[in-house]
Design a protein around this ligand. Structure first.
Ligand code: SF4
Length: 423
C-alpha cells in the first residue's frame, strides 16, 4: 500500500510505502559499535547466516582479536530450550575465562525462530547474576524482522540506559552527546564544546564500560545520530531533556548543532563565535572545492540508514545538489523537525519502502547519483546509474567541521569515477 499525506512539521508531502525492503539487519551495527566500547563484547545468538553476515561485513578484523562472535543455535524444538540455555551459559563462561578484559557483554538476538524462542533478557539477567561485578550482561535485538541496520545501534544504546548511574545529588547541568561517533570526531566536538565553556560533556556510548555517563533531570542531551528514537525515549524516562537541533553534518549543520548546545547552556554569542570562527572558515573553504563538482547534479536516496534527510539537507544547501527523492526507512518527525524545516519546499520525501516501485521512480528520473544499500547498487550501476553505498556513511567519520569536506568527497568520488570512465 502507498499513499501521500501532508507532513505535520512543514508542508512537505510524504509518500508512505509498505512493501518489500532491501536493507541490512541491526546486527550490522556491531561492526562500528565493537570498535567504540573497547571493553565490550557482542555475542550474537543466531544462525549460520548471522555468523556469515557479521564475518563478511567485518572481514577486516581477521588479524585482530575480535570483540564479537556468534553462538550458533541450531534448529531445536521447545523441549530443547533448556539445553540451549545451558549451551549459552557454557559459551559465555568459556568466553569470559578466555577474555578477562571484557566488562560488558551484549547478547544480541536475531531472527531465526529457534532464537526467538529463547528468552535472552532472562538469560542476560541470569548471566549477570553469575558474572557481576566483573562483567555485566545486557541483551538487545538485532533481528532483521524488527530492525534496519542503524536501529541495531539504537537498540544497543537503549539497553545501556537502565544501567547508567544516577546524577550525583546537587550536580549541575551536564551535556550528553548521544550516538556513536568516530573518536577523532568525538575529540573535536568535545574541544569545541569545552572551548565555549560547557564543562561537563559526556558521550554515549562511552569508550569504556567503566565510564558510563550519569543521567538524570539535570542532563541535557544532544543527538549526534538521527536513528536513536528508543534511546531518546529511555533517556527521557530517566529525566534527561533533549536539546532540539539539526545533525552535525556539513559546516552549516555542525554550526547549528553547536549553537543549539550553546543556547541551552547560556553561552554568550561572542564566545560561540570565537570558538567556531576558525574551524567554520576552514570547513567552508574545503567544501568550495567539492561544490564545483556537485552543484546542479541530481541525487536520489533509497531508504536505508535514516541519515538520508540530514544528508539531503547538507547536499542541497551547501553543495547545491538537486534532490529527486529522499527516502528514509522511518521518519521521526520530532527528531528531524529542524532538518525538515531546512529542506526546500516541495522536496519529494518517502518513508518505508516498496522497492520495485522505488526502482521504477529512480529509473524514470535517471539521477546522477543514487544512495542505496549494497544489494541495489550493483544492478543500478549495471544500468548506468552512479551509486553510493549508504553503509559507508556509517563507517567513515563524517560529522563535524573537519570532516565536512570528506563527507562531500564521498559523493563527489563516484561522480568523478563515472566521468573518468566516460573519457
Ligand atoms: S538477524 Fe536475521 S536478517 Fe540478520 S543475519 Fe541473522 S538471520 Fe539474517
Amino acid at each position: 500500500m502507498s499513499g501521500a499525506a501532508a507532513l505535520g512539521c512543514g508542508d512537505a508531502p510524504v509518500l508512505r510505502e509498505r512493501g518489500q525492503r532491501e536493507v541490512f539487519c541491526g546486527l550490522t551495527g556491531i561492526i562500528w559499535l565493537h570498535r567504540k566500547i573497547q571493553d565490550a563484547f557482542f555475542l550474537v545468538v543466531g544462525s549460520r547466516t548471522c555468523a556469515h553476515l557479521i564475518q563478511s561485513a567485518a572481514g577486516v578484523m581477521i588479524f585482530a582479536e575480535p570483540r564479537f562472535a556468534t553462538a550458533i543455535i541450531d534448529e531445536r524444538d521447545l523441549a530443547g530450550m533448556a539445553d540451549a540455555n545451558d549451551e549459552l551459559d557454557r559459551v559465555v563462561d568459556q568466553l569470559l575465562a578466555r577474555r578477562p578484559e571484557i566488562r560488558l557483554l551484549f547478547l544480541v538476538g536475531s531472527c531465526p525462530s529457534e532464537v526467538i524462542k529463547l528468552d535472552l533478557s532472562r538469560a542476560a539477567e541470569r548471566l549477570s547474576a553469575t558474572h557481576m561485578p566483573q562483567v555485566r550482561v545486557l541483551n538487545y535485538s538485532g533481528s532483521g524482522i524488527e530492525t534496519t541496520f542503524t536501529q541495531g545501534e539504537d537498540a544497543c544504546l537503549a539497553s545501556l540506559v537502565p544501567i547508567l548511574p544516577r546524577e550525583a545529588p546537587g550536580a549541575g547541568s551536564s551535556l550528553l552527546v548521544v550516538g556513536a561517533l568516530a573518536e577523532v570526531v568525538e575529540d573535536q566536538l568535545r574541544r569545541l564544546l569545552e572551548g565555549m565553556g560547557i564543562a561537563d560533556v559526556r558521550f554515549m556510548p562511552p569508550r569504556s564500560a567503566l565510564a558510563l555517563p550519569p543521567v538524570g533531570p539535570n542532563t541535557r542531551y544532544l543527538l549526534a545520530q538521527p536513528f536513536l528514537a528508543d534511546t531518546a525515549r529511555a533517556l527521557e524516562a530517566r529525566g534527561a531533556v533533549r536539546i532540539p537541533a539539526p545533525f552535525p553534518l556539513g559546516a552549516e549543520g555542525t554550526t547549528a548543532w553547536l549553537q543549539a548546545a550553546a543556547s541551552a547552556f547560556g553561552v554568550a554569542p561572542e564566545r560561540f563565535d570565537d570558538a567556531t570562527r576558525a574551524p567554520l572558515g576552514r570547513a567552508r573553504q574545503a567544501l568550495a572545492r567539492h561544490r564545483e563538482q556537485l552543484a546542479g547534479k541530481s541525487i536520489f536516496f533509497f531508504p536505508d540508514s535514516q541519515l538520508e534527510i540530514p544528508l539531503a539537507r547538507f547536499l542541497q544547501r551547501e553543495m547545491d545538489m538537486r534532490l529527486v527523492e529522499v527516502g528514509t526507512p522511518y521518519l521521526h518527525r520530532q527528531h528531524l523537525a529542524e532538518e525538515l524545516a531546512m529542506l526546500p519546499a516541495g522536496t519529494a520525501l518517502s518513508e518505508g519502502q516498496n522497492v520495485d516501485r522505488q526502482l521504477d521512480r529512480a529509473r524514470a528520473a535517471r539521477p546522477d547519483l543514487v544512495v542505496c544499500g549494497l544489494g541495489l547498487a550493483n544492478p543500478l550501476e549495471a544500468e548506468g546509474i552512479g551509486t553510493k553505498w549508504s553503509i559507508e556513511l556509517l563507517f567513515t567519520p563524517i560529522q563535524g567541521y573537519d570532516q565536512a569536506a570528506d563527507l562531500a568527497e564521498l559523493f563527489a568520488r563516484p561522480l568523478n569515477r563515472r566521468l573518468r570512465l566516460r573519457v
